[in-house]
Write a protein that binds this ligand. Structure first.
Ligand code: FPP
Length: 245
């Protein structure tokens, strides 16, 4: 089994996942798209548990992008209902597994019931320390960068900071992702080879891993394969192999 081959001392601290293929999975079965999203919840449980068991510190899941608001209203409403239901229904499991819940994205665009459940689950799980599960909700990397730029520009305009203080560190601190290390591994399911506006700033040096498995079929074994592949790579951060040796 691939789990035993994983080197626990070289785990990615933070894994980010683009959960893709729910719609195609449902279509293959002659069902509505929402059936795929509903079955995607099982995969969310599997990877969260799998990451926590291994000792991965942070897991970010792309649950709803800024662009997803443009989907048919019926799908958007069904997805929001599913998110609210899942967040509410999974809080006990998060507690049992010592997982803290957090979120990134544009809170101002989320429906009130979604925000309420999210805040309640975040409050209930805030002292858990085994792993943090971060949901990207109404999130896009470009939105986050524009939002951070506005905050910084406002501070500069009011004289709170000088232009010289605008640097990589300040941008890091102003993004909604600021509390966590940048992902070392990003996984996308379903065979699509794109980043789709997810964590563009934060993945500057991430290892990218693509699999053709559709999200509702994604299980711990697939996660282990991705981590093993990550551990087989040489991460040079712009240096040469010789310098690393
Ligand atoms: C992408 O598949 C998936 C989404 C936009 C939503 C993912 C949401 C869940 C799995 C629901 C529960 C999640 C949490 C974290 C509580 P797609 O619809 O783009 O699939 P397609 O490319 O095959 O059409």
């Amino acid at each position: 089994m691939s789990k035993e081959k994983i080197d626990k001392n070289r785990l990615p601290k933070h894994i980010a996942i683009i959960m893709d293929g729910n719609g195609r999975w449902a279509k293959e079965k002659g069902k509505f798209r929402i059936f795929g999203h509903q079955n995607g919840v099982k995969a969310v449980r599997e990877v969260s548990e799998g990451c926590a068991e291994l000792g991965v510190e942070c897991l970010t899941l792309y649950a709803f992008s800024t662009e997803n608001w443009n989907r048919p209203k019926i799908e958007v409403n069904a997805l929001m209902t599913l998110l609210v239901k899942t967040i509410k229904g999974e809080t006990d499991t998060l507690m049992k597994n010592g997982i803290k819940l957090d979120a990134i994205g544009d809170r101002s665009t989320l429906p009130v019931d979604c925000l309420r459940e999210l805040d309640e689950a975040m409050e209930a799980t805030k002292d858990n320390t085994r792993m943090t599960l971060i949901l990207a909700l109404s999130y896009s990397a470009k939105w986050d960068i524009v939002n951070a730029t506005r905050i910084i520009a406002q501070k500069a305009a009011s004289g709170e900071i000088s232009i010289d203080e605008v640097n990589e560190d300040l941008i890091n601190k102003t993004l909604t992702t600021h509390k966590y290390p940048h992902p070392e591994l990003m996984i996308r399911t379903s065979g699509e080879l794109r980043i789709s506006n997810f964590l563009l700033w934060e993945i500057a040096y991430s290892e990218l891993y693509f699999t053709t498995v559709l999200w509702p079929d994604y299980r711990k074994e697939h996660l282990y394969e991705a981590i093993l592949d990550f551990q087989s790579r040489e991460r040079r951060f712009g240096k040469t192999s010789e310098q690393l040796a």
